[in-house]
Design a protein around this ligand. Structure first.
Ligand SMILES: Nc1ncnc2c1ncn2[C@@H]1O[C@H](COP(=O)(O)OP(=O)(O)OP(=O)(O)O)[C@@H](O)[C@H]1O
Ligand SMILES: [Mg+2]
Length: 1042
């Protein structure tokens, strides 16, 4: 209820304080003057005609209202249409919109606004758009043919219209059905002062082009036509010519073919022309007055246009054929009757044409699918009418309004009170005026006015309007809602306004005095058969089809139902239809009679408010409770007022509402809990709740702002953070990728290098750069080869002692040459050795041994080298005598030589033969040739020799030897080297001992009687041939000079 916050007056009269007629009117007036023409009573919309275009319609407003629920925006017809459409689409409830109000109150405008709203909000699509277009375009066509300027309304609907718009399950329009009620056809032939005929006549004359005018044989001047009131040919703000274009266009959109449009216009023109058919008095031969055509032009034109013989028309107009089962009687009509017949024909043609148009539109907008449909009915029926002179038309119109009021009463006032019952709320009934009694007065099957009228029409005998009135007066003399002169007189009342031929009904909307004149006729609605038959004969297909009963084959004597009965039946069907739907009310109020903007006539509005029962409506609505709402929506709206229910409430709706209202500490009488709804008694409480809600909303808005700002910053921060993480991860990734790329490239480079290096290694030999080396190697090799081969061919003599060797041709062969030389020498030696006999080997071995023992130690050694060791120097082999010296000794004599033995006593020498065997050294006296001394080699302890060239050596014996007693021997041998070598070898062989040979110039020799030290001195000679000189030096010394 945001509307409470910025409303002008109260937007819902339920909230009106104080609730009385005056304040209600003031409120409506205040709002009206502020251009707030819509006001609610609960869900009933009151609309006060603004008589001006207000800037509150159009696409933006439609867009606003489609997004809000009923009470969220200012009251508006769009809100109501939206509520109806949404509950049709979403709750699957068929809807009807009942638009009621006086003529000129704005019903038709309201119905158009509803249609345009529904067309705008429902789904779009090519198919849907064309259906919508057809539905919308039906309006200008029906208005052209069914509306007229009256003194109350420049565009007054002169027929009732109920339009069912059918939708599919999605809420897209599929099509519709239009039902029309009782066109005010009397208008075709006669209009009140200041009123016009139906718009289409003026539109046709003003808007048709010359060609069409010619074809229809029309003249543009309105005054040329008797049926058109020449005083009011134009209506302010209405452009007939352009409207005509619009109507033609609309007919084309709906689907009228060009031919159909032309035919319709021809029939319209025909009606106009009929008015111009003038009749005159004639007299038959019998003196009976008759009638005839005064001016045949119009009739002629009619005949040509519809393909009829004008004589036939004339005959039909001026005479009447009475047909009974047995005979046919033709009676002439007097001029009044003929005029009546002419007008009757014109009215009939026009009203049948109108019906035909409605049916044709229905054919176009008919829904062909069999799928389930949802229906929204919009009822725009002529408003309640109180004219100066009210006739049958006003009677049925007001009857219809009476019925609608009944629907309203049944469905709102009753329903309201029944709701309390349903909800289990204690309730005292509020009285309201139930118009059932008036409806009954009119429509009661046996005792209703319509039934009486029918009865009178069908009654044989003299029947007239006055007999009908008499019947009514008799029947309803006591009826509280029926008055007439007779009943008034009975009650001793007198009223100037009531004529003798009138009766009055106290309608819900006021008293209306009807004149009974022509009630019977209008109810009979009979067209002389001659006329329908002649019409049927026309060549014009449309005209012909309008009079099917004119076909002689179809002719039946049975009377068609009367106009009253037909109307009653269609109203009853309408009522049934409305009761089956969810009603939505738009109560239109007319603010003034002058059709002036801004003018609010309180009296006029008060009358309407009264008969519309607005106050009762409000009272019932809030007698107990100004406001009620389902627990769910109520909780939803106000739960923000309590901490227990805001922001979450987990319990049931009702408990939530109880908790909420309990916490708000409202007085308990203010609220009542129904079964499904909460009822709030006074508007004040609701205002309080609304005010609290408004304040709370501000707080919450701040809270939302705060949270939103926080959220925005947080999300912004998080986004930034995410972005930062993303960027850094990309960066890191990229860095690593680059690094990896580098590593990979490096690895590949290294690999390539290695492979290259390997390959180059393998292929280097093929390189040009290696060629020099190869060549050098080759040259080097060939030089070496040449050198070696040259050497091979020119080897020096193979003599071991020949040390000659060719010099190397190049310096760098020096080492190799040296080695080769060494090898060659060794090879020569080997060869030499290989050629040696074992004996030679033996002697060389001895030589080697000698070398080891004496080389570089003894001066006489070098001389001994080239001299072969002969072993036998005394010719032992050849001298058997000497051989004996050997005694029994086994083995060969290794050496046999003559040695000198130094006498120790005096140093003198004596010769001896020395034999060396493998075991012994035998010393024999040369002369005696007898063994003198045999010394076992095992008792030789050592030998001392000098380093000089002498042959002196001391043979040291072990002390234990058998010869030891004589002591050591000091001997001189010329072959001292050979001797000692052989001795050394023999001892080594036999005793495995190395004989110690000491090279010294001073040594001591042990003798029997002590030891003598021997000192060898180099004499002046070189000691050759062993000549030496031993001198005794003291007892213990011996000096040897060599
Ligand atoms: N909402 C509106 N805005 C502007 N003008 C309006 C509005 N409603 C009605 N009118 C004006 O009032 C005139 C009469 O309205 P409308 O024809 O709808 O009345 P009605 O109730 O249908 O009358 P009737 O019963 O005679 O057909 C319209 O032609 C228009 O000029
Ligand atoms: Mg209207």
């Amino acid at each position: 209820m945001t509307l409470l916050e910025r409303s002008v007056g109260v937007e819902d009269l339920v909230l009106l304080e104080p609730l009385e007629e005056k304040s209600l009117l003031q409120n409506l007036q205040l709002r009206y003057q502020n251009k707030e023409i819509y006001t609610y009573i609960g869900n009933v919309l009151i609309s006060v005609n603004p008589y001006q275009q207000l800037p509150i319609y159009g696409p933006e407003f439609i867009a606003t209202y489609r997004d809000y629920t009923f009470y969220e925006q200012k009251p508006h017809i769009y809100a109501l249409a939206n509520m109806a459409y949404q509950s049709l689409r979403d709750l699957d409830r068929d809807q009807c919109l009942l638009i009621t109000g006086e003529s000129g109150a704005g019903k038709t405008e309201a119905s158009k606004l509803v249609m345009s709203y529904v067309a705008a909000v429902c789904e779009k699509g090519e198919q849907v758009n064309s259906v919508k277009e057809q539905l919308l375009q039906s309006n200008p066509v029906l208005e052209a043919f069914g509306n007229a300027k009256t003194i109350r309304n420049n565009n007054s609907s002169r027929f009732g219209k109920y339009m069912d718009v059918e939708f599919d399950f999605k809420g897209s329009p599929l099509g519709g059905v239009i039902t029309n009620y009782l066109l005010e056809k009397s208008r075709v032939v006669k209009q009140l002062e200041g009123e016009r005929n139906f718009h289409i006549f003026y539109q046709l004359l003003a808007g048709a082009d010359a060609q069409l005018m010619k074809a229809l044989k029309l003249e543009p001047d309105v005054s040329s036509y008797a049926y058109l009131n020449p005083k009011v040919s134009r209506v302010d703000g209405m452009d007939d010519a352009s409207n005509f274009k619009a109507v033609q266009n609309a007919m084309a959109v709906i689907g009228f073919s060009e031919e159909e449009i032309r035919r319709v216009l021809e029939v319209t023109a025909l009606v106009l022309k009929l008015g111009n058919v003038k009749l005159r008095d004639e007299f038959q031969a019998s003196g009976v007055s008759a009638s005839g055509i005064l001016d045949g032009k119009a009739l002629q034109e009619i005949g040509e246009m519809v393909g009829l013989n004008s004589n036939d028309i004339e005959k039909a107009l001026c005479s009447r054929t009475m047909e009974t089962a047995k005979e046919k009687v033709v009676t002439a009509l007097n001029v009044i009757q003929a005029h009546y017949a002419r007008d009757a024909l014109a009215k009939n043609i026009y009203s049948r044409l109108f019906n035909w148009i409605v049916n044709r539109i229905n054919d176009s907008i008919k829904v062909n699918t069999k799928e389930e449909k949802k229906v929204m009915g919009v009822l725009d029926i002529y408003g309640f009418e109180i004219l100066e002179d009210n006739s049958f038309e006003q009677f049925v119109i007001n009857y219809c309004n009476e019925k609608l009021q009944q629907v309203f009463i049944e469905m709102t006032l009753k329903e309201e009170q029944e709701e309390y019952k349903r909800e289990g709320i204690p309730w005292t009934k509020v009285d309201y005026f139930d118009n059932g009694i008036i409806c009954n007065l009119i429509e009661h099957n046996q005792r209703g006015i319509l039934a009486m009228l029918d009865e009178e029409c069908l009654r044989p005998g003299v029947v007239s309007d006055s007999t009908f009135l008499a019947k009514l007066n008799q029947l309803f003399s006591k009826h509280s809602h029926y008055e007439s002169k007779v009943t008034q007189n009975a009650q001793r009342q007198y009223d100037h306004t009531m004529g003798l031929s009138c009766f009055r009904i106290c309608h819900y909307a006021g008293k209306v005095t009807y004149s009974v004149t022509s009630f019977i006729d209008k109810n009979n609605d009979l067209l002389f058969r001659d006329l329908s038959q002649v019409m049927w004969k026309a060549q014009h297909p449309l005209l012909r089809s309008l009079f099917p009963e004119g076909d002689p084959k179809q002719a039946s004597l049975k009377r068609p139902p009367t106009a009253g009965t037909q109307f009653k039946n269609s109203v009853s069907i309408l009522m049934k239809n409305l009761y089956a739907k969810n009603p939505n009310y738009i109560r239109c109020i007319k603010p003034n009679e002058q059709q002036q903007r801004g003018l609010f006539s309180s009296e006029l509005v008060a009358v309407q408010a009264r008969y519309l029962g607005l106050l009762e409506n409000v009272r019932v609505r809030r007698a107990g409770y100004a406001f009620r709402q389902g627990y769910g929506p109520f909780l939803e709206r106000y739960r923000l007022l309590s901490k227990s229910t805001w922001p979450h409430w987990n319990g049931g709706d009702r408990e939530g509402v109880e908790k909420l209202l309990g916490e708000l500490s409202l007085s308990p009488e203010e609220m009542t809990y129904g079964k499904t709804k909460i009822f709030i008694r006074s508007p004040k409480t609701l205002f309080f709740l609304e005010e609290q809600r408004r304040l709370r909303l501000q707080q919450l808005a701040t809270l939302i702002q705060k949270i939103y700002r926080g959220w925005r910053c947080r999300t912004h921060y998080q986004q930034m953070r995410k972005s930062q993480i993303l960027i850094s991860s990309w960066f890191r990734g990229n860095m690593q990728k680059k690094r990896y790329g580098k590593m990979k490239a490096s690895a590949l480079l290294i690999q390539a290098f290695v492979r290259g290096w390997k390959a180059r290694k393998d292929y280097r030999k093929y390189f040009r750069s290696g060629a020099a080396l190869t060549l050098a190697n080759f040259i080097y090799k060939s030089i070496a080869q040449k050198f070696l081969l040259g050497l091979k061919n020119n080897l020096p003599p193979h003599n071991v002692l020949d040390k000659t060797w060719p010099a190397a041709p190049y310096k760098y062969f020096n080492t190799a040459n040296r080695e080769l030389r060494k090898l060659f020498h060794q090879w020569k030696c080997k060869k030499f050795r290989d050629r040696l006999s074992p004996k030679q080997v033996e002697s060389l071995r001895e030589k080697v041994c000698a070398s080891e023992l004496f080389k570089d130690k003894k001066a006489s050694y070098p001389q001994s080298v080239p001299v072969p060791f002969q072993g036998d120097y005394i010719g032992l082999q050849r001298n058997p005598k000497l051989q004996k010296l050997k005694g029994g000794e086994e083995g060969p004599v290794l050496l046999a030589d003559t040695v000198k033995k130094v006498n120790r006593g005096n140093g003198k020498t004596s010769s001896r033969i020395l034999l060396l065997t493998k075991r012994h050294v035998i010393l024999t006296d040369t002369k005696k040739s007898q063994t003198k001394t045999v010394i076992g080699l095992d008792s030789v302890a050592g030998v001392s020799v000098t380093s000089l060239r002498d042959g002196l050596f001391g043979l040291h014996l072990t002390e234990l030897s058998s010869v030891g007693s004589k002591g050591d021997f000091l001997l001189i041998s010329e072959h001292v080297v050979e001797l000692l070598t052989k001795m050394y070898q023999a001892i080594l062989e036999t005793t495995q001992k190395q004989l110690p040979i000491t090279v010294t110039e001073k040594f001591s020799v042990k003798f029997k009687d002590g030891s003598v030290s021997v000192k060898v001195i180099q004499g002046p000679g070189d000691g050759e041939k062993g000549k030496l000189n031993c001198k005794k030096k003291g007892s213990q010394g011996l000096e040897v000079t060599v």
